[in-house]
Design a protein around this ligand. Structure first.
Ligand code: ZN
Ligand code: ZN
Length: 482
């Protein structure tokens, strides 16, 4: 009861409005009046821009359309993404794949054919021509956006048939890559000895898919062509095409020391796809490779809490994500090209909970990734822009979980001397909820910078304040104008 007494009269009126379903009635006069009041007292958050601000865009989805024009399509988005606070885009694997104009890049045949040689039925890759790729990279750089390439170096596809003496009796080994067989560039020609098994060993301990054309990175020749030589794949992508960094595909299929070797040679931003929901597996890989990793543990905890258990308690548990163990090496996400086409709902975050998941990754530490189809979804775009702005400005300082229960998750970031920080309130119940929190702010009016709540509560002399979040929604609170 003591808490209730601290709510201002204004707040009580506003709470009443929310309970009556104000969020759903945008044509309601009172509602739009309140919304404009909120708009008038919001601070311009750009004054709090963090030094390390920026969010990554995964700039493709599975089977992107239109084919042969994807680079040009992405080019039309660059100014808008840059203005929204995107500082890096992740493009598909640029080389020619075995399935030619249908390839999404994960069946690499010729690493040096980025859309200029006639093979596998096409000159351009599914994404366009080499010139279109170079134009996109240039336009991104002109808009202060880095471009990272998807690097698929575990296996190859699309070579010619060859006898492999290390596979006696097996006449179905497509391990010959040369000018006539899937490698028109003539660079990094390959033969059976560059795949497993070979004269060095039978496998590299992680024989998974693509068993017959699983590249052997212990072969000096393979190392030289992938990253070692001055005209290696890595050097060509970095120095000739202009890529700034790397997203390493399926790193479970080879030793993490090869990631270290690649990055030591050419540098740049790096993130590994270690497809594993166990945070310690991810942490061990980060320690072994020296590279950040996608935080699959965070992704699965969000799916488990939001979609499956419908209970947010576990979000407050210690240590159950890479970002809780090693935030500076955690690249967080809520969807990617694999999860979005997965038919098992346990492997993707539902549409209904997607923005709640984004509210989590865009207020905590870790480096967040936005999925193309989410941002370009008209009903998500404006809410995502507001969250990206929040991430790039006031999502800073120590993290304190204030509450984590079945329906609610409330987290405070301390900010610093020049930055007010924030309070995130996630609510998965069907009703508006409110909670008495102890904030960092004394005698301040607060506003929700996500625009989901129109309340304007005031903190007392001890920093206490009652904040709220609408049902199945979230709010992010910070100080308003004086
Ligand atoms: Zn090997
Ligand atoms: Zn799910």
């Amino acid at each position: 009861m003591k808490n209730i007494l601290k709510i201002s009269y204004k707040t009580i009126l506003l709470l009443g409005g929310v309970v009556l379903g104000m969020q759903a009635c945008s044509d309601d006069d009172d509602s739009s009046n309140r919304q404009s009041v909120v708009e008038d007292i919001k601070l311009d958050l750009s004054q709090f821009q963090k030094e390390d601000s920026g969010v990554m865009m995964q700039a493709f989805y599975w089977d992107v359309e239109p084919r042969f024009a994807w680079y040009d399509e992405v080019s039309t988005k660059i100014e808008d993404w840059s203005a929204s606070g995107i500082n890096r885009i992740w493009l598909p694997a640029p080389g020619k794949g075995a399935s030619g104009g249908f390839s999404m890049g994960y069946d690499p045949s010729d690493y040096f054919d980025v859309g200029e040689f006639d093979q596998h039925g096409t000159v351009e890759t599914r994404f366009g021509s080499r010139v279109e790729l170079e134009n996109l990279i240039q336009k991104s750089h002109d808009n202060n956006i880095e471009v990272i390439a998807d690097i698929v170096m575990g296996h190859n596809s699309g070579g010619g048939l060859q006898d492999n003496p290390f596979r006696p009796g097996d006449t179905e080994v497509f391990s010959l890559f040369n000018e006539e067989n899937g490698n028109a560039s003539g660079k990094f020609n390959r033969s059976y000895e560059h795949f497993h098994p070979n004269n060095i060993h039978a496998n590299d301990e992680q024989a998974l898919f693509f068993e017959k054309t699983d590249l052997c990175h212990d072969q000096q020749y393979v190392q030289d062509w992938l990253w070692g030589r001055d005209d290696s794949v890595a050097e060509f992508y970095k120095n000739t095409l202009g890529f700034d960094g790397w997203r390493f595909d399926y790193v479970k299929s080879f030793d993490p020391k090869w990631i270290t070797a690649w990055n030591d040679k050419v540098g740049g931003f790096s993130v590994g796809e270690n497809f594993d929901g166990n945070e310690q597996v991810l942490k061990d890989w980060v320690d072994a490779s020296g590279s950040p990793a996608f935080d699959f543990a965070c992704f699965y905890r969000l799916d488990e809490t939001l979609d499956r258990a419908k209970d947010l308690t576990a979000l407050g548990n210690a240590g159950n994500m890479l970002r809780k163990l090693d935030p500076s090496n955690a690249v967080t996400f809520t969807a990617n090209h694999d999860t979005e086409k997965d038919e098992n709902p346990d492997n993707r975050i539902s549409y209904a909970n997607k923005l709640l998941a984004y509210s989590y990754i865009l207020t905590h530490d870790g480096y967040p990734t936005i999925f193309y189809l989410d941002y370009e979804n008209e009903s998500f775009k404006e809410p995502l822009k507001r969250l990206i702005t929040i991430y790039n400005t006031i999502a800073t300082g120590d993290i304190e979980v204030i509450e984590a229960n079945e329906d609610e998750y409330i987290m405070k970031r301390s900010g610093d001397a020049d930055n007010p920080g924030l309070i995130l309130y996630m609510n998965i119940s069907n009703q508006t909820k409110q909670y008495n929190v102890n904030s960092n702010w004394v005698d301040k009016t607060l506003v929700d910078y996500t625009d989901n709540s129109a309340a304007t509560p005031t903190t007392d002399t001890n920093g206490n304040v009652i904040i709220q979040a609408p049902g199945r929604s979230f709010s992010v609170w910070s100080i308003a104008k004086e």
